[in-house]
Design a protein around this ligand. Structure first.
Ligand SMILES: NC(=O)C1=CN([C@@H]2O[C@H](COP(=O)(O)OP(=O)(O)OC[C@H]3O[C@@H](n4cnc5c(N)ncnc54)[C@H](O)[C@@H]3O)[C@@H](O)[C@H]2O)[C@@H](O)CC1
Ligand SMILES: [K+]
Length: 441
């Protein structure tokens, strides 16, 4: 009598369902070699018969949809971002002038509108944030927006983060009276996203927010920051000096760490030290001085005429991603890797009476969700001396009579299936968050 939880996420990674997989325990064991399957799967293959279950129980070990493990697609994307990181040294860095020129070209002869570019830029920021800062641990996001397009990127990112499940708060002290900006504000208001006046912000932001997004100034910044941005920048500087990163919200800077010289970086050394920088279109020269753990590129809209004119060397975006990591991949603290589970109940009445039917339904969902090789499973047997051994096999069929999988001929002898100890079929689908164990007696 065994159960397991499984979680599915759709291709976008934004919607999910959580299920519980019943395990079943049969009463006898027979393993019948079947007819040799056609190449490329050498014979024999085996069928574990389905025998009536003695009992069935369900564990409610469902996870929050917002804390799901990455899908294989995302895992592949991460792999691609790692590969891209290796090429980070070759990424082009733009001068302030080239950045402004590219802006003009895009919105002139190349036919883009500022709204389009801002939407894509803000979406890149939101997706990069979501890739690094998981919702389960970073829910409340303060976005501080400046008066120009950098601030507009922040407003767009706030909307996308809301739709991703985060709880954004926006500080937008110098509003621009253009339809584009007032439209963005109206959109946020319609989502009931709070606008926080500067004077209502606590001096120490660490208690109220889990992430702070700096969307104050981008590549058009020059001189010394004027009020109220001077104080806002100082607030972020004070956050940066809290040594223990676990005790403060990470700072994410959009395109340029606000207050930094666009080409020379943090000239005084007393500026913001963001944990994450999302460069847009291409990194600006100041990004060479960025030392935080997460450097991403966003703004997936650069057409070939711009790339060739400015000799841009930029990493490819993986798959359909709106962002790509360009910095060094930070080393992971393995002990900190964990999934936070909440435990809503799943009742026996909610699942199919026949575990094979339930398995088939969830398996089909897994395939539809685009999971890679969901039919991979580990088969564990114990030899006569009591020594267990496991190997990965591929499920090749399932029906009311049992599971069918293939192993290579010479591996058959090693299966020890005819030993006294009953075989255990461990169906492990870590990418699904699903584990199934089938034990036969
Ligand atoms: N291809 C591109 O170039 C794209 C650029 N985008 C964004 O647009 C940004 C550039 O936008 P903008 O040119 O509007 O400029 P910024 O957003 O960098 O800032 C300009 C505003 O800041 C004010 N300002 C400048 N220096 C100041 C100071 N010292 N104290 C107080 N206020 C100051 C200016 O008066 C102006 O209102 C980029 O960094 C990026 O974030 C994206 O929206 C889309 C694509
Ligand atoms: K910024």
């Amino acid at each position: 009598m065994l159960t397991a939880a499984c979680k599915f996420r759709n291709k976008s990674g934004l919607a999910s369902t959580t299920r519980v997989m019943p395990f079943f325990l049969s009463t006898s064991a027979t393993v019948t070699p079947l007819c040799p399957p056609p190449s490329p799967y050498p014979s024999p293959h085996f069928r574990l018969p389905y025998l009536p279950r003695r009992g069935l129980a369900f564990l409610a070990a469902a996870a929050s949809p917002r804390t799901l493990p990455p899908t294989p697609r995302q895992a592949m994307a991460s792999l691609a971002t790692s590969t891209a990181a290796a090429a980070a040294a070759e990424v082009t860095h733009l001068s302030q002038r080239d950045a402004a020129d590219i802006d003009e070209q895009l919105m002139g002869p190349l036919g883009f509108s500022v709204d389009q570019l801002m939407e894509l830029a803000g979406l890149s920021v939101a997706t990069a944030v979501a890739e690094v800062y998981k919702l389960s641990e970073h829910t409340r996001v303060l976005i501080i927006c400046g008066p120009g397009n950098n601030g507009g990127d922040g407003l767009v990112a706030a909307r996308h983060l809301y739709h991703f499940g985060y709880k954004p708060f926006v500080c937008y002290p110098k509003r621009t009276a253009k339809p584009l900006y007032s439209g963005l504000v109206t959109q946020l208001e319609s989502l009931a996203i709070p606008f926080v006046p500067v004077e209502d912000l606590p001096q120490d932001l660490s208690g109220q927010y889990d992430i702070v997004i700096d969307a104050m100034f981008g590549f058009s910044f020059h001189g010394a920051p004027r009020p109220p941005f001077d104080d806002l920048i100082q607030m972020l500087v004070s956050l940066s000096v809290i040594g223990d990163s676990a005790k403060r919200p990470p700072i994410v800077s959009v395109d340029i760490p606000s207050g930094w010289h666009v080409e020379e970086g943090d000239v005084s050394g007393g500026g913001i030290k963001p944990d994450m920088l999302v460069s847009l279109t291409a990194p600006k020269l100041c990004a060479k001085k960025f030392t935080g753990p997460h450097h991403f590129l966003g703004g997936r809209f650069v057409p070939p005429p711009i790339s060739s004119k400015y000799g841009l060397e930029l990493p490819p975006y993986p798959g359909t991603s709106m962002c790509v990591r360009i910095g060094k991949v930070p080393s992971v603290d393995i002990s900190s890797l964990r999934e936070n589970y909440i435990s809503p109940e799943l009742l026996e009445t909610q699942v199919m009476p026949n575990p094979f039917d339930q398995f088939r339904t969830w398996f089909d969902e897994a395939v539809t969700a685009g999971l890679r090789e969901p039919n991979a499973m580990a088969l564990t047997t114990v030899n006569k001396a009591g020594k267990p051994s496991s190997r990965m096999v591929l499920l090749k069929g399932v029906d009311k009579q049992g599971f069918v999988w293939y192993v290579k001929n010479h591996h058959f002898k090693q299966l020890s299936i005819h030993s006294n100890e009953p075989p255990k079929n461990l169906f492990l689908m870590p990418s699904l968050g699903l584990v199934q164990v089938h034990k036969l007696r």
